[in-house]
Design a binder for this molecule. Structure first.
Ligand code: GAP
Length: 557
């Protein structure tokens, strides 16, 4: 137990936070923090320090516990069943459904739009707001056609289109596989003689004559704006530029629900460094399943290892690359994804783009196999030098250390599709509870579409009025709902199924004691909390700053 002590030295008071600990049978006093020179300051600092310690302890210990629990609780479903679930619950609809749909295009419903926005918001917070070395932009979807010439998309952004002789289904394949592989659906032979190159960019017209494209990635807008951001935001290398926005690809075979769409969103960033400089951050030493290019050539399985070990053994060659792989993995883990469904896979030589010296994908175990979730490529200075060449503008910057002008190197380009992240969070949180006989969507509260549902225990004017006041108070902070229809059990089930983490109930006691119950979606435990403290308590719960049992008085159920 920590306590505040005052020490008087040369007639001046100094306050400290001390702790007694029994070490080898003896009680020893350890100073935890210096608290200042006045009692008031000391009390405030001690409170702050203890809260931080409590939070740290909770984050480290209880989060691990929670994670362990959730690993056991995920229910596997097929991508088709997930699509049905998403439609029924208002997450995702086929675009133009009433006209029979339109392949590769999807609309997000009243819950889907909230989940998608929350994913993007959490990505932005983590990658932009919480970093001093990152700035965001929002580039245009249609831009100058030379951008796409310079980037190489006009000449080489294409797939080979073949049709299966047996099942007649079209398939996109890599150029190198032409004549070597068979149809993955039926094993039939492809009509290789009639294979066609298929350009993936959507063409569009601007004005009467100009022809350009809808952007197939957000990245190029980062490169074209690089110098402006560098100068106007007064950045210094190393730094990054992030962007979230729509991208369009005329995919030959859109499939697997949201996995391969023709219109989708990307969350991308380019990280610029002085060429070949060392990583300036501590690399989070996470454990991951690692599949190197060499292991693939030897037909070996992935190995579980700490990222520091992978770097030491030179499986991952560059420290910056290890840093971003670990950071991107951590983003998913912080939002409750299941680590067992993730691995990193290095691109084989025959997969690497000509400008890229190394590329790793963060892969996810989808029900249809291990697939790319996020590409994390080392792009060198290819893009900046191409744009420099085509625009005839100097994109180099002054390096203080070498006192020379240099063209920065893009050591990492983490590029993640919002729809693929959406699928990951849905798959990892989908759980059918046999006892409750309903789905419990165990989404992390930070990304849950609805943060809390408010119910009167029964329909009664006083209860409804109190619910209304609570709704008014909470609505400025979060998306919340009021629900009075059906039995309380039915209302809990409805909210479990759409991932609402907390249900707030107003009952007889609420009128007397000015408090409510909060029910935790995953454990069904309930606590009583004063209405005056409800907003602050919910905030702590959503941000994982307190364990549910400690957030109020536990109710015996
Ligand atoms: N700027 C780099 C780039 O665009 P990419 O590997 O082509 O690289 C990056 O795409 C990410 O965008 C992928 O890892 C995936 O998450 C997402 N993505 C790509 N094509 C997609 C599609 N057709 N549908 C949904 N997401 C897609």
């Amino acid at each position: 137990m920590a306590f505040v002590v005052k020490k008087t030295i040369n007639e001046k008071d100094y306050y400290y936070l001390n702790e007694n600990k029994r070490i080898d049978g003896k009680v020893k006093t350890k100073t935890l923090a210096y608290l200042g020179k006045t009692k008031k300051e000391a009390e405030e600092k001690a409170k702050e320090f203890m809260e931080k310690m409590e939070k740290k302890k909770f984050n480290e210990e209880e989060k691990k516990e929670e994670q362990k629990k959730s690993e056991k609780l995920q229910t596997e479903i097929s991508v088709e069943d997930l699509a049905i679930f998403c439609k029924r619950r208002g997450f995702v609809y086929q675009s133009a459904d009433i006209y029979g749909g339109y392949a590769g295009f999807w609309d997000f419903g009243h819950l889907g739009v909230e989940l998608k926005n929350n994913i993007k918001k959490e990505w932005w917070k983590f990658h932009v707001w919480q970093r001093k070395d990152m700035k965001g932009i929002d580039g245009s979807i249609i831009t100058h056609p030379l951008v796409w010439k310079a980037s190489g998309h006009v000449d080489s952004f294409s797939d080979i289109f073949v049709v299966c002789k047996k099942c007649k289904k079209p398939e996109k394949i890599d150029k190198k596989d032409l004549g070597k592989i068979r149809c993955p659906k039926c094993g039939g032979e492809f009509d290789n003689e009639n294979a066609k190159e298929f350009k993936l960019m959507f063409k569009t017209n601007v004005g009467e004559k100009d022809e350009t494209y809808l952007r197939p990635e957000t990245a190029q807008l980062i490169f074209t704006n690089f110098k402006s951001v560098y100068e106007n935001a007064r950045m210094k290398l190393p730094f990054g530029i992030a962007q979230v926005g729509k991208a369009f690809r005329n995919e030959i075979a859109p499939r697997d629900f949201l996995f391969r769409c023709r219109e989708f969103e990307q969350m991308e960033m380019e990280y610029f460094i002085v060429p070949d400089s060392k990583c300036v951050y501590e690399i989070p030493n996470v454990e991951m399943s690692v599949l190197s290019a060499e292991a693939q050539e030897k037909n070996e399985t992935p190995m579980k290892m700490k990222i520091h070990e992978a770097l030491k053994k030179k499986i991952i060659k560059k420290d910056w690359h290890a840093y971003w792989l670990a950071t991107e993995f951590s983003w998913f883990m912080n939002l409750g994804a299941n680590p067992n469904n993730f691995r990193i896979r290095q691109h084989r030589k025959d997969e690497l783009a000509h400008y890229s010296s190394d590329c790793w994908d963060l892969e996810y175990k989808f029900p249809f196999g291990w697939k790319e979730l996020e590409g994390i490529a080392d792009r060198g200075n290819y893009d900046l030098s191409q744009h420099q060449k085509f625009s005839k503008k100097d994109l180099s910057v002054f390096d203080e250390e070498s006192k020379k002008k240099i063209l920065p190197q893009v050591i990492c380009e983490p590029s993640l599709g919002v729809e693929r992240a959406f699928l990951v969070f849905m798959f990892d949180s989908y759980f059918y509870d046999d006892k409750r006989e309903n789905v419990v969507l165990k989404l992390h509260p930070k990304i849950s579409p609805i943060k809390a549902a408010i119910f009167p225990i029964v329909k009664k004017e006083e209860f409804e009025k109190l619910c209304e006041n609570i709704f008014e108070d909470l609505k400025s902070e979060w998306n919340i709902v009021y629900d009075e229809s059906g039995s309380i059990g039915r209302r809990y089930a409805r909210n479990d199924e759409i991932g609402t983490p907390y249900c707030i109930t107003v009952d007889e006691e609420s009128l007397k004691n000015k408090d409510v119950t909060i029910r935790d979606r995953d454990t069904k435990k309930q606590i009583r909390v004063k209405i005056s403290e409800l907003k602050a308590t919910l905030k702590k719960l959503i941000n994982e700053e307190i364990a549910f049992e400690k957030a109020g008085k536990l109710v015996k159920t």
